[in-house]
Design a protein around this ligand. Structure first.
Ligand code: COA
Length: 169
């Protein structure tokens, strides 16, 4: 059985291990640690087995859009499921709980740079449709967004800036 819950003190090293196992390198685990120290909001959820072993992790951190200062937009990144548990619904549970957690704190929209055939099932669409530009050189369909508040991005246009911690990735 999978349970999704917010990260709590003491989870840090297990979260790092989940990210290292999923990505096969330490970079994303280091990014998570850097965001934990510096980002607000910092929405970090874990999936755990019945025996409390962590199987997955998802993180959301703030972004800015152009020179808009009144928006509450976050980026979904990184997201990781341990290889042995991939393709068994853990990632789906993490995204669904993550959207709810962001909605609960008043986030208006979420962006993600990732697999174009994974995130649309949760309602993500190309961010370009919302007037959002990716700060990185990426295919249009890989940079996606979802409004948690209907119409939140209407009339908005600009390049998204991720948290400074992403510069080290
Ligand atoms: C991507 C990831 C988080 C998905 O988690 P998951 O628990 O395996 O996903 P779920 O079981 O909820 O969903 C499985 C579905 O996702 C799809 N999927 C899984 N990994 C995928 C990938 N790398 N690219 C595209 N689709 C993928 C599967 O095709 C499956 O779709 P189906 O049910 O229609 O066959 C996980 O595979 C992972 O950690 N990968 C390595 C790290 C990574 O790439 N993170 C995301 C960065 S954007």
């Amino acid at each position: 059985m999978q349970r999704v819950r917010p990260e709590r003190p003491g989870d840090e090293s297990a979260i790092a291990q989940v990210n290292e196992a999923a990505f096969g390198r330490p970079d994303e685990a280091q990014l998570v640690a850097a965001l934990r120290a510096a980002a607000s909001p910092f929405v970090s959820l874990v999936a755990e087995d019945a025996d409390s072993a962590l199987t997955g992790h998802i993180l959301f951190s703030p972004v800015t859009v152009g020179d808009e200062e009144r928006l509450s937009v976050v980026a979904l990144a990184p997201m990781a499921v341990i290889p042995a548990r991939q393709r068994s619904g853990v990632g789906t549970a993490l995204v669904q709980h993550g959207l709810s957690a962001c909605r609960a704190i008043g986030v208006g929209a979420i962006v993600v740079l990732g697999h174009a055939d994974y995130y649309p099932r949760f309602g993500f669409a190309p961010a370009s449709r919302f007037g959002l530009r990716c700060p990185y050189d990426a295919p249009d369909e890989a940079f996606m967004a979802i409004e948690l508040i209907a119409g939140y991005l209407e009339g908005i246009e600009g390049t998204v800036a991720f948290h400074a911690a992403f510069a080290d990735l």
